[in-house]
Write a protein that binds this ligand. Structure first.
Ligand code: BDR
Ligand code: CA
Length: 314
């Protein structure tokens, strides 16, 4: 299996991504690192520890990372979507953490994990990209040990936080620009354009809940998201954005890649945090793999099967 680091801000869809990661035989989750984002860093870290305990994997170290963006202060969190506790108000359904955070912190833990791995490591990043930017800036010599970055973020067509910007990129555009534009590590970007198309409906969530164990607990966490979607968009479906970045790591090829040079708007106007892909055929510059298409029915069936596979402990 591919060694995996999960960089995350749990977060309801992040929580589902944890289950997908530990249930994926192609992946070997070696470390979890947390970042500010949906809620503050104390909560994202506590939630990561609780989730690993729920999944019977409290042995996996959790390193606490950035508590703010690189340059400007954090302006906004996503408590409306994720609940004040980051887990849809349901964190009491999860066990108390069976482990403490790793004293090394996120960036050092990532670096040590990269150094210790016997083969290239995939980093799945499903929150603001602050920790990843700090890692690449601090340990450039470790870049060859990163097989791929698989990132949930951006939206070429529209944002979900401002008209221009998706939440993870908007939360730290300078970090995102460093990672997506300035660096040269092989990168997959799963944007809103695809995650919204792969939204799941009430019947899908009922199947998830019926599986029992951690899948049922997480289905109850997702219920909050579902109510928010109904209130905001008037539809009975939810996009489990972050899960698709783990799917891309586990099953490269299931989501269809388009190699594009991408730019991130780091200005302070209405476009701040926007991601743009350049479709000019002879465009120069670094290309990253943007996941823009998939067989949506195949993806939602695959994700459900993976989440309900009986590997995780109760
Ligand atoms: C992203 O923003 C967060 O709220 C979600 O967890 C996901 O990572 C979607 O825009
Ligand atoms: Ca997230």
């Amino acid at each position: 299996p591919t060694p995996l680091i999960l960089d995350t801000d749990p977060g309801i869809d992040d929580a589902v991504a944890f289950l997908f990661a530990v249930n994926s035989p192609e992946l070997d989750l070696r470390a979890v690192t947390t970042v500010f984002g949906n809620v503050g860093p104390e909560l994202t870290s506590a939630n990561a520890l609780r989730l690993l305990t729920l999944l019977g994997r409290a042995d996996i170290p959790v390193g606490i990372g950035a508590d703010r963006p690189l340059v400007y202060p954090a302006a906004f969190r996503a408590e409306g979507w994720h609940g004040a506790d980051g887990l849809g108000g349901q964190s009491a359904l999860l066990p108390e953490p069976a482990a403490k955070p790793d004293p090394r912190g996120a960036v050092q833990l990532m670096a040590d994990t990269l150094r210790a791995a016997e083969s290239p490591v995939t980093i799945v990043a499903i929150g603001p990209l602050t920790n990843v930017a700090l890692l690449l800036a601090s340990y450039p010599e470790l870049k060859p040990r990163i097989g791929r970055l698989s990132i949930m973020g951006g939206g070429l067509a529209a944002g979900n936080t401002t008209p221009a910007a998706e939440f993870n990129i908007w939360s730290d555009p300078e970090a995102a620009r460093r990672v997506l534009v300035e660096e040269d590590v092989p990168t997959s970007l799963v944007p809103l354009d695809l995650t919204l198309r792969c939204a799941v409906d009430g019947a899908w969530l009922a199947e998830l809940a019926a599986a029992g164990g951690p899948a049922e607990t997480l289905a109850r966490v997702v219920d909050h998201y579902r109510r928010q979607y109904l209130a905001f968009y008037g539809v009975d479906e939810v996009a489990l954005h972050d899960v698709l970045a783990v799917l891309e790591a586990a099953r490269p090829g299931m989501l269809r890649r388009t190699a594009l040079p991408v730019e991130v708007d780091c200005g302070t106007g209405a476009g701040r945090g926007a991601t743009f892909g350049n479709r000019m055929p002879d465009a120069t510059g670094r290309r990253i793999d943007v996941l823009l298409d998939a067989d949506v029915a195949e993806v939602s069936r695959f994700v459900l099967d993976r989440l309900t596979a009986g590997i995780a402990a109760t």
